[in-house]
Design a protein around this ligand. Structure first.
Ligand code: HEM
Length: 504
């Protein structure tokens, strides 16, 4: 009798295994991809000198031109490298892929993913996204920060003047980073708090920890690995520092509000932290928020704004200095539009049609968010392939915007290519160009980001002539990318700035 039961159990086990084995082969076809090694899958393929978007582009050419499946340790991933397939994920099936991949830093640093960038798709994300669009980054709010941009542009010019007056080359990466950090700090906190330097260091560390190519993120269930790789201790440290610094800032803002002030902004107006505190205290949101949620959103604004806008501005300068024809044309335009005016008004910056093309082309060659991240909750089928639940979707926006299939002479910097091309910054109609992403998770800070890029560029072009220091040529000028949540610039870049021969 016992033997009979054992035989039955054995046979049903075998039939279960066979059914499971047969099922994926017959009805669930994964996208093509390289062969997987046991345990680590294709993780080893990402090790190398290149940044991930370059490695993934090269792998895709070999193993899955439009759509490629990778196994990153425990995590399935799909890489999208064509505009046509990107459209399927970002438009046709946008709702199915509206979530973000779960990475350790989302939970450990971004307050259990209660920010906007890492937040899973759902009610809370919709609420916070709406707050972002209508209260924190609306067109009106972005305009209200124009005095900060103006003021910081003058500080930037003073720093450039004092370096160039002393005959020193300018480190454009440092100067633009200081400019962007000051803009975001003043917009968020109303001033530059004493602990800004500490905060910037913490945010830089967070940007690295949050990139989803950390080994620990490939093995979410291997807790021991999170300790051994140091990911856990680094996260605990930055979380503690963030808590302390942001806690102080929120406390100071709350004191100001309870003493009867409208806000902690420079002329007593509201800054972003004030707006969030008021929303929290008024209980007007359908889902109530905590101080930790406020900290998470502020981290997003820093993380989302500083690196992206700095990289764009620096890359635009680098490309122009490397292409003197473009630099001369952009300068001629700025000097013509502002001729005879004492100062550069932001409203006039909108008239700079050629600078607009320069920025578009910069974002094509150097999209600071080179990969767009998505995740699906349920199993989905795209292009006839099965995408298992919780697959990490990596849309290689960088590869698509350099693909010769969509762009003539794609590696060259040619702003004029956008003259007749209807594609706008949001690229919404054509998925060959997506510097701000696309679909539900598209960047809510594009107007703020662009304003922060146009203004310093217009000022730098108007007030100085630019060239490479002696001994550097366009070919030896190095621009090394640092892969984090967004692409930063790893190396210093020096330029010589000189006042134009005749006062512009
Ligand atoms: C040149 C500047 C910028 C560029 C190129 C840029 C680019 C991007 C991209 C590509 C995404 C992902 C979109 C997607 O997945 O489809 C994104 C998301 C985001 N960006 Fe930006 N960004 C810039 C500036 C800013 C600024 C100034 C802020 C705020 C102060 C900001 C806040 C955010 C936030 C909160 C998200 C997450 C949106 C969500 O998940 O719903 N960005 N950005």
């Amino acid at each position: 009798m016992v033997n009979l039961i054992s035989l039955c159990l054995f046979l049903s086990f075998i039939s279960f295994v066979l059914r499971q084995w047969m099922k994926p082969k017959s009805s669930r076809k994964l996208p093509p991809g390289p062969r997987k090694l046991p345990l680590i899958g294709n993780l080893y393929r990402l090790v190398g000198p290149n940044v991930p978007h370059v490695t993934l582009r090269d792998l895709s050419k070999q193993f899955g031109k439009d759509l490629m499946h990778l196994q990153l340790g425990e995590v399935p991933a799909v890489v999208v490298s064509s505009a046509e397939v990107a459209k399927l994920f970002l438009k046709t099936h946008d709702l199915d892929f509206a979530s973000r991949p779960r990475v350790l830093a989302g939970d450990g640093v971004f307050y259990d993913r209660s920010d906007i960038v890492f937040c899973p798709y759902g009610e809370y994300w919709r609420q916070m996204r709406k707050v972002c669009m209508t209260e924190l980054l609306s067109a009106r709010t972005v305009r209200s920060f124009s005095y900060i941009r103006e003021d910081e542009s003058h500080r930037l010019l003073d720093r450039v003047r004092s370096s160039s007056g002393a005959g020193r080359p300018i480190n454009i990466v440092d100067e633009v980073t200081t400019f962007m950090t000051s803009i975001i700090t003043r917009a968020a906190f109303g001033k530059i708090p004493n602990r800004t330097e500490e905060l910037v260091k913490v945010v830089n560390e967070i940007m690295i920890l949050a990139s989803s190519f950390r080994v620990a993120d490939a093995f979410p269930s291997w807790k021991i690995l999170h300790f051994l790789t140091g990911q856990n201790s680094r996260m605990v440290k930055v979380r503690k520092e963030t808590d302390e610094i942001m806690g102080d800032i929120i406390k100071e803002h709350r004191n100001n509000l309870s003493s009867g002030k409208t806000g902690s902004g420079e002329s007593g107006s509201e800054d972003i932290v004030d707006v969030l505190i008021k929303l929290k205290d008024s209980d007007s949101l359908p889902m109530s928020i905590t101080d930790d949620n406020i900290k998470a959103v502020i981290l997003d604004l820093f993380g989302g704004a500083v690196d992206t806008s700095t990289t764009t501005t620096v890359c635009a300068m680098v490309e122009m200095v490397k292409n003197p024809r473009v630099l001369a044309k952009a300068q001629a335009e700025v000097r013509e539009v502002f001729k005879g005016k004492g100062r550069l008004e932001e409203s006039d910056v909108e008239k700079l049609a050629y600078l607009n093309l320069v920025i578009k082309e910069t974002l094509r060659l150097h999209p600071p968010a080179s990969l767009l991240y998505r995740e699906n909750k349920e199993e989905s089928v795209v292009c006839g392939y099965t995408i298992p639940p919780r697959t990490r979707i990596l849309i290689n926006a960088w590869a698509i915007s350099r693909d010769p299939k969509y762009w003539e002479d794609p590696e060259s910097f040619k702003p004029e290519r956008f003259e007749d091309d209807p594609v706008d910054f949001t690229g919404s109609s054509q998925f060959k160009y997506m510097p701000f992403g696309s679909g539900r998770r598209m960047c809510p800070g594009s107007s703020f980001g662009l304003a922060n890029v146009y203004t310093p560029l217009a000022h730098l072009l108007y007030h100085f002539d630019w060239e490479l220091p002696h001994g550097t040529t366009p070919h030896t000028l190095k621009l090394t990318e640092l892969h984090g949540l967004a692409i930063g610039i790893k190396n210093d870049i020096f330029f010589i700035a000189a006042p134009p021969p005749t006062a512009a």
